[in-house]
Design a protein around this ligand. Sequence first.
Ligand SMILES: [Fe+2]
Ligand SMILES: [Fe+2]
Length: 246
Amino acid sequence: MGLYAIGDLHLHFQTPLHARGQLTGLWKDHEKRFRRNCDALIGPGDTLVLLGDHSWGRDLAECEEDFRYIMALPGRKILFRGNHDMFWDVKKTPQLNERFGGALTFVQNSFAACGDAALVGTKGFVFEGPFYLDRRRRIVGWDEEKERQAEKLVRREAERLRASFEAARAAGYRRFLMFLHYPPTSILEERSVFTDMAEEYGAEQVIYAHCHGEDRFHDSILGERNGILYRLVSGDHLRWMPERIL
Ligand SMILES: [Fe+2]
Ligand SMILES: [Fe+2]
């Protein structure tokens, strides 16, 4: 029974494409390559975590084709929320789960079980600038108003993450795999409320997405830190090959 993860499918079967970069290079026909990779790798007893930014659709009606595509992928599908998922109102997560009747599992303020491990997580958030650079492209400052706004969003997401850990703990789970759509730290940070919480609960791994393009792949922590394995699973970073987590 394998556990796989990938983020940022950014599907657009029904919606006009908002990202021109999705027409060329690694993104060209990415949904076809991803489907082939999944079919070759994932069996019916396996679990596939999709780590946010599922669709460009602005509401559920605009995502129907995208969800049909996701449902046809092999294995059990667990979805976390990304910053572009306009169809997903946090408060209406139970209705979303009801609507897809177990074919897809949407995780928010709760967890999903995979063997003896609990898959916990939330969208997360990090301050992404604007940063001010000097001529050598070194950061010399940033928008402090935007930084204050980001702190509020980070606090709210931290509460949601704690709710997820606590739900898993109350259900008797002691093994945790932590999923965030955003990276766990900003480019200014060595640690954050998210890395602290991963350490507090003893998460084995922190898996995140959201970072697109070579320039962003090293924005946050990669590899082992304080006994926790940090992994970036954004689709273009993985070249559309789901990453084996367990
Ligand atoms: Fe994305
Ligand atoms: Fe994102």
